[in-house]
Design a protein around this ligand. Sequence first.
Ligand code: HXC
Length: 259
Amino acid sequence: MAYECILTRVEAERVGVIQLNRPKALNALNDQLMDELGAALKAFDADEAIGCIVLTGSEKAFAAGADITMMAKYSFADAYKGDYITRNWETIRSIRKPVIAAVSGYALGGGCELAMMCDFIIAADNARFGQPEIKLGVIPGAGGTQRLPRAVGKSKAMDMALTARMMDAQEAERAGLVSRIVALDKLMEETLAAAITISGFSQIAVMAAKESVNRAFEGTLSDGVMFERRLFHSLFATQDQKEGMDAFVNKRQAKFTHQ
Ligand code: HXC
């Protein structure tokens, strides 16, 4: 599939990179971009040669939100029937390989929500996060009111959703929204290093770890702990567990075959 709103590439060491690419509109997320993003994510997820996916934007904007020009003309009937604005947003949740958001510049509205749908966020020091939908007479529509409180707590999430103020990278790190901050000119280098580390591990263990951490946000603690225990025991059926533990015992580097 030829893409117009995103760029994709494969980096050495089993990493698929997706770059949002509507620079003139600060990577505003229109339906075409979201369709392309969904297709690219699914393609990397299905590709045996890929172990981890990185989603990024430009220096100035990861994404400045859903495309307001596009949304402005929709009626309720258009939006509801066509699943406009919101279609394909949940695709990212169905991706089983890790997806890291490498965020520089603005991550606003749907851009912040998209980053939060990724498994973790590495932020450049110029990153700014916000849910400014209230200024447009609407509210977040891709999980912002649900994922933001889980990430930063109710008070800060309310503050952001109700006042539309932005958080800088330092505040986002203090609040737990991002896993780490790096210098802008090191963003891709550091994110790729993390992605390469992940894709070098057992693919099965990596997918199980992702599935199990995500389980922490659904259901009860005891269900989550039981889910983790079942997955943990099941990993003893893999060749990668034999390889990983044998390599440790024999003081050598493990070579995972993802079996
Ligand atoms: C469409 C956008 C856009 C957006 C920026 N642009 N954000 N176009 N949708 N969300 C366009 C501008 O119109 C402008 O186009 C160009 O990008 C550069 O933007 P400027 O405003 O000139 O840049 P700057 O002064 O640096 O300000 C940057 C900014 C501001 C603070 C990020 O652009 C801004 O506030 N954008 C809107 C942010 C927002 O409200 N996001 C939430 C959207 S609602 P021209 O053609 O004039 O050069 C949402 C709902 C999600 O996301 C629901 C998901 C299901």
